[in-house]
Design a protein around this ligand. Structure first.
Ligand code: PA5
Length: 460
C-alpha cells in the first residue's frame, strides 16, 4: 500500500487574501492542547473503533462470496449514510465487485421505491442487512417488516439465514427479534452514536459484504487518530478544519458548501452534511443557537449550478473543496483538428487534467469574489485514505463542539420528530401528545382555508 497523505490548504481563507474577516487562529493559540483533548479525555466512543478486530466479520463473509447478487441495506441517518459513502467511493454506480453483491440502500419509506425494488430482486439471491442502533426507528422497522414478509413468503422459515442485523448489543426490539429468529448479528458499541458509527459494524458489515477492505479503513483511521492528538494545527488537519470552519461561522459564513472534485466522494458530502448538521445544530444555554448549515455539492457538476451563487451571492458561505490527486490512468481526448475551436485545444489532453484545471478555476473565481475556500487534498481515493478522512471529520466535529460549547453527541431535535411520528402512527405511549400536536398545527386557522393555495392540474 503506497504512502497516503491528506493535506488541508487554508491559503484561500487567509486574511491576507480574503480581507479582514479572513482566518487568524492567534486567539485560540493557548487553547490548542485543551481542544485536542476533546478527543482523548474522556474519549468519545468512536475513538476506540480503529482498534477493533474484524477477523470474525471477515470470516463470516468469506463463504457468502458468490452466494448473492444483491444486498438490501435497511437503515437511516447514521445507520445508512456511511455505507452509502463507502459504496460510492469504491464501487462504480449500479455495479459490483466480482463475487460480491450490488448495494441497495433503503432509507426513505417511499412505497414506490420499495415496491419496485422488491419486484426486481430474487429473494434466493438477496441478503438483507438491517441496521438500527436503537432497534426501534420507525422507517427501518417498517421497511424491515415488509422485506422480512417478502423473504419469508419465498423462503419459508429458514428466511433468517438471509438476514444480518446490526444493533445495540442488548437493547431494542431488533435485538430481541434477531435472537428469536436466529439472525446473524453484529453489535453497535453502546457508546457510539449513529453518525459516528461508520467505522463500527454499521459501516464495516456492508463494506465487507461489498468487497471493501475493512482493515485498511481502520488502518487509515488509526493513522489519523494519532495526528488528531497533535496540538499544532499545522500537523493536525482536524484541528485546522475545526478552527477554520468555526471562525468562518463566527464571521457570519454560516453555510459550509462541501464540494468534492471526484465522483467517488459525492456521497461523502452527504455523510459529512449529516455529521456536521446533526452534531452542531444545537440550542445553547444563555446564548444564540449554534449551527453551520452544510450543503453538499459536486465539482465540476455544480460549477454549472451552485457556483454562481457562491461567487456572486451573499457572503455567508465558505466552500470546502476536496481533490484527489491520483485519478488513475487518465482518459485522453483523441487528437483533434483545429477546425472547431471548442474541440481543438482539448485534443491530446486528459480528463483528469481538465478536472484539475476546473478546480483551480473555481478556487480563483471564489477568491476574486471574496468568498473564502479551503482545499483538502487526498493523494488517492482508497480505503486507507477514506478511513483517515472519516476520522478527521469526526475529530473535527468533536473539536468544533468544544469551541462552540455544544454537545455534539446528542440529537434532541431528531428524537422530537421521531416521537411525533410514533404518535401519528398510533404507537403505545405516544398517542397522548396527538391532541396537542394537532392544536399546534391548526393555530388560528382550524379549517386551513386561509393558508392554502390550490390549483387543479387534472384538466387542460
Ligand atoms: O446520528 C444519529 O444518531 C441518527 O442519525 C441515527 O443514526 C438515526 O436516527 C437512526 O437511528 P437508529 O440507528 O437508532 O435507527
Amino acid at each position: 500500500m503506497g504512502e497516503g497523505k491528506i493535506s488541508l490548504d487554508l491559503r484561500t481563507s487567509d486574511r491576507r487574501l480574503i480581507g479582514r474577516s479572513g482566518l487568524d487562529f492567534a486567539q485560540w493559540r493557548e487553547s490548542y492542547p485543551e481542544l485536542v483533548t476533546a478527543l482523548i479525555g474522556p474519549a468519545p466512543g468512536y475513538a476506540a473503533l480503529p482498534d477493533q478486530q474484524v477477523s470474525d466479520l471477515l470470516h463470516w463473509v468469506e463463504p457468502l462470496k458468490g452466494g448473492c447478487d444483491d444486498l438490501v441495506l435497511l437503515g437511516i441517518g447514521g445507520s445508512g449514510l456511511g455505507a452509502r459513502m463507502l459504496n460510492c467511493a469504491f464501487i462504480e454506480p449500479a455495479s459490483r465487485k466480482p463475487g460480491h453483491p450490488r448495494l441497495h440502500v433503503v432509507d426513505n419509506v417511499d412505497p414506490r421505491r420499495l415496491r419496485h425494488l422488491l419486484g426486481e430482486l430474487d429473494p434466493h439471491r438477496t441478503l438483507v442487512n438491517v441496521i438500527t442502533k436503537s432497534g426501534s426507528t420507525a422507517e427501518t422497522m417498517a421497511s424491515f417488516a415488509v422485506v422480512r414478509g417478502w423473504l419469508r413468503e419465498a423462503l419459508g422459515k429458514g428466511y433468517g439465514e438471509r438476514v444480518v442485523a446490526v444493533t445495540d448489543p442488548d437493547l431494542g426490539d431488533l435485538r430481541a427479534l434477531a435472537t428469536a429468529e436466529g439472525y446473524r448479528t453484529f453489535d453497535v458499541p453502546s457508546d457510539v452514536g449513529g453518525r459516528f458509527s461508520v467505522l463500527s459494524p454499521v459501516g464495516l458489515v456492508p463494506a465487507a459484504l461489498l468487497g471493501i477492505d475493512a482493515r485498511e479503513l481502520l488502518a487509515g483511521a488509526r493513522a489519523m487518530r494519532t495526528a488528531t492528538g497533535n496540538p499544532d494545527w499545522r500537523k493536525n488537519p482536524a484541528l485546522a478544519l475545526a478552527l477554520a470552519l468555526h471562525q468562518h461561522h463566527l464571521a457570519g459564513r454560516r453555510i459550509v458548501s462541501v464540494m468534492p472534485y471526484a465522483d467517488g466522494l459525492r456521497d461523502f458530502a452527504l455523510w459529512f452534511a449529516q455529521l456536521w448538521a446533526e452534531s452542531l445544530g444545537k440550542r445553547r444555554r444563555g446564548t444564540d443557537p449554534y449551527g453551520p448549515t452544510p450543503q453538499a455539492a459536486l465539482g465540476v457538476t455544480d460549477q454549472h449550478s451552485q457556483l454562481q451563487l457562491y461567487v456572486d451571492g451573499p457572503k455567508d458561505k465558505v466552500v470546502w473543496l476536496l481533490e484527489v490527486t491520483d485519478t488513475g490512468d487518465d482518459v485522453r481526448v483523441p487528437p483533434q483538428t483545429d477546425e472547431y475551436s471548442s474541440l481543438g485545444y482539448l485534443g491530446g489532453r486528459g480528463l483528469g487534467e481538465l478536472l484539475r484545471a476546473e478546480l483551480k478555476g473555481t478556487v480563483l473565481a471564489l477568491l476574486r469574489a471574496g468568498t473564502p475556500s479551503l482545499v483538502l487534498t487526498l493523494t488517492a481515493l482508497d480505503e486507507r485514505s477514506l478511513g483517515s478522512l472519516v476520522y478527521l471529520c469526526q475529530a473535527a466535529v468533536s473539536i468544533t463542539g468544544k469551541l462552540a460549547v455544544v454537545n455534539v453527541y446528542d440529537q434532541p431535535g431528531v428524537e422530537e420528530g421521531k416521537r411525533t411520528t410514533y404518535a401519528y402512527m398510533g404507537r403505545e405511549g405516544y398517542i397522548e401528545r396527538l391532541a396537542e400536536d394537532e392544536l399546534l398545527l391548526a393555530g388560528t386557522d382550524p379549517d386551513r382555508r386561509l393558508h392554502r393555495a390550490d390549483a387543479l392540474v387534472s384538466e387542460a
